[in-house]
Ligand binder design. Sequence first.
Ligand code: UDP
Length: 339
Amino acid sequence: MAISTNFFAVFNSIPSTSSSFSSSFTKPSLGSLKHHYGLKVGKPSSNRRLVLSCSSSQMDSNSDTMNIGNGRSQISSASSFGLTMSETTMSRTSYKWQRVLLKVSGEALAGDQTQNIDPKITMSIAREVAAVTRLGIEVAIVVGGGNIFRGSSWAGSSGLDRSSADYIGMLATVMNAIFLQATMESIGIPTRVQTAFRMSEVAEPYIRRRAVRHLEKGRVVIFAAGTGNPFFTTDTAAALRCAEINAEVVLKATNVDGVYDDDPRRNPNARLLDTLTYQEVTSKDLSVMDMTAITLCQENNIPVVVFNLSKPGYISRAIKGERVGTIIGGTRNSMAAKT
Ligand code: UDP
């Protein structure tokens, strides 16, 4: 199978519940949930035990979440969009993913490239994310910054060293994150930005447990400033944060439909690939993601879905696990395949 690497370079540049848990948690009202979840992270764990009556073997005493089973699935609270816990849990179980990491590149935010950010794009992202968070699916987002500044392109200009250039690039991701947050909150989606380095006047610092708690409360968490380290990319940040917060998939929103077996601009017969293995991506040196990011996904069994953000409805379809784009290192589930 011939897979065009040139083509990829183009877009790259631009709980299951436990019985004791459910029996002690039957149909709480949203009001009581809010009361319980209003507890601040960091309060003594005994407070949290009042909320979740479960055995110590089921819950890591240092954790705010319960990891049950071998998968990457989580138990989490109802979203803050008016669903009770039981409704949310029922709704969530009918989707492939319960917690996703959406990677939005800076270039995708720029739309037709006439401005750095196209507000129509941020609004369409916000609307689609709103639709899925209402279903109880937890959404974390990593934003890129390539629409504003890309360190590797500027390093060397006027003596700018690579690390300094990359820090500027990371700051660019914060600008995008704040823009996206404002858009989301304008339509009522509670959102938190967490930055990989401290900028406490504008955003929270990245604290894994806190991020997870935000997600459990139905808030969208936007991770900004990449990994906080130069020489990395926001794709790697997406893989890293996905692994850290136990999200089940990286959904990479791009300006193309997915991964093709040839360059579709040159070859009208190029075929959109449905699935790929990590090995196919790395051995053929496909620029779907940088090597560090794809390796991190492979090592942590995180599937990656590459899909087109500009197609209406595709973000919410990808988040719901429906068949869009190309899936790397994972399989389509039978239900999603029918949609
Ligand atoms: N960056 C970095 N470390 C990271 C993530 C990003 O130094 O962990 C810098 C790097 O200069 C990069 C810029 O931030 O070029 C913007 O990120 P990226 O290129 O990944 O954005 P995207 O291509 O997704 O728009």
